[in-house]
Design a protein around this ligand. Sequence first.
Ligand code: FES
Length: 112
Amino acid sequence: MRTTSQSASDTLRVPGGTGRSAAITVDGQPVEAVEGESLLAALWAAGTHTLHRTARNDEPRAFLCGIGLCFDCLVTVDGQRSARACMTRVADGMAVELQRDAGWEGFGHAAA
Ligand code: FES
């Protein structure tokens, strides 16, 4: 339940974060986030809903499960490809790049 001192965006934040602001970049653009929240939550709150595109038809994909199972939230974090955004906690200074492919190399899936 939202209290009168909370904004609507505060209620979207995942409990467990430190509450400190974190300056991250997504494809080089600054994004406001909260240290300790999931990167997926930060991306979603910032309006970034297309995390990658399908290899076969170049169609936009968002996340599916939010709990580390579907691998539909793969992004590059600080140069490391295919990190699951839903399982990655935001840290100040984090540089995120959206992947333009499925990003499944190394997970036992063949490219389409
Ligand atoms: S949203 Fe499913 S693994 Fe991240």
